[in-house]
Design a protein around this ligand. Structure first.
Ligand SMILES: NC(=O)c1ccc[n+]([C@@H]2O[C@H](COP(=O)([O-])OP(=O)(O)OC[C@H]3O[C@@H](n4cnc5c(N)ncnc54)[C@H](OP(=O)(O)O)[C@@H]3O)[C@@H](O)[C@H]2O)c1
Length: 331
């Protein structure tokens, strides 16, 4: 038995694409891709059938017997703060279907236990689940206090994964991630302030900002987050081997560098040699945005490696957008 079999769901997204990059550099990993390259996310009936077929095919690949362990990473999900509860429910249902199908098809030993170690990873949201946390920085032992439907749905997804993992003797890693940024962010979402600032600075357009400029967030580069996830998965399997039983781990993935929007604007001013134009606006979702978020992990802190400082990461994102602009791909 050799490499670990790894399936990333949401592989074309900001986090998913960086996870694929980092896992493909790991010699102990074989990346599995579903026969269907892209899922029909916006057609629920089609989507559920496609996801079930993919989960069954992944279980078959595990059964083929060539891999010592496996990991399924749920880095999918289009929801953000302000997404309707119905749309968020659909995402949780999709996750549930993948888990159900996987459980039904996983190879088992004569006692009914999984025949080799496996792990399910969930991309949850630190800002979502700790949205009203009064004592900062929030850690894994802080109370869960969501402020939005998005945060409440992330808690439901965490519980779904943890319950499923316990019921099927499989490990799980729940990642409470702060604000991701970096090349590859979906500009169609009203999320990802750094990417929107970079694009609009290049296009000389103003950016609408829906929160005060002293709003504090924790920005983590998607590459740093992916590197830490890959290291945490490896660690989980090492510890699981020592414990000789499945593990359930919840960990915060954050840069642990609280930054206010005004500081971001200063970084952009230096890069673009002019100040980004801002329109301060309000939206019905402004009240769902806490004024300050900061995080600290107490779980495997030595596994967290944030190598990309914010000025360098912002510069990289800006240059990525500039290259797209020069190719005529930035609208
Ligand atoms: N961005 C952040 O700051 C942040 C912070 C904390 C947690 N998270 C969580 O991390 C995960 C990934 O975030 P991301 O920023 O990388 O997202 P993203 O760039 O928008 O990518 C998400 C991926 O999800 C799939 N997808 C598209 N529409 C979907 C739908 N309606 N329902 C479910 N999946 C859909 C697509 O997968 P394919 O590529 O396979 O088509 C897409 O590439 C999400 O669950 C998000 O809630 C994000």
């Amino acid at each position: 038995l050799s490499a670990r079999l790894v399936w990333v769901l949401g592989s074309g997204g900001l986090l998913g694409s960086h996870l694929v990059d980092h896992f493909s550099q790991s010699p102990e990993v074989t990346l599995w891709t579903s026969p269907q390259a892209r899922f029909t996310w916006l057609d629920p009936a089609k989507l559920l059938a496609e996801l079930e077929a993919a989960a069954a095919a992944f279980a078959d690949a595990i059964s083929s017997g060539e891999h010592s362990s496996w990991v399924m990473l749920w880095a999918a999900g289009a929801g953000i703060v302000g997404t309707s509860a119905a749309e968020l429910d659909a995402e949780t249902e999709a996750l549930g279907r993948v888990l159900e199908r996987l459980a039904a098809k996983l190879p088992r030993d004569p006692h009914g236990a999984p025949d080799r170690p496996g792990c399910v990873f969930l991309a949850s949201s630190a800002g979502g689940v700790y949205g009203q946390c009064a004592e900062l920085p929030a850690t894994e032992s802080s109370p869960l206090q969501p402020r939005s439907d998005y945060g409440r749905q992330k808690i439901r997804q965490e519980q779904l994964v943890a319950r499923w993992a316990a019921a099927h003797s499989i490990s799980c890693l729940i990642a409470r991630i702060s604000n991701l940024y970096g090349p590859g962010q979906n500009l169609r979402k009203p999320q990802g302030l750094i990417s929107h600032l970079a694009r609009n600075l290049i296009l000389n357009r103003p950016v609408q900002v829906y929160v005060p400029l002293d709003t504090v967030r924790d920005y983590i580069h998607a590459a740093d987050c992916a590197r830490t996830i890959v290291a945490s998965v490896a660690r989980l399997f090492r510890e699981r081997a020592l414990a000789a039983k499945p593990l359930s781990v919840v960990k915060i993935f954050a840069s642990e560098q609280p930054t206010c929007i005004a500081v971001l604007l200063g970084i952009f001013s230096r890069i673009g040699r002019r100040r980004p134009r801002i329109i301060q606006a309000t939206s019905p979702h402004t009240r769902l945005q806490p004024s300050r978020l900061s995080f600290r992990t107490q779980v495997w802190p030595e596994t967290s490696s944030c190598e990309i400082g914010l000025p360098a990461g912002v510069m990289e994102t800006y240059q990525y957008m500039l290259a797209r602009y020069q190719r005529g791909q930035l609208g």
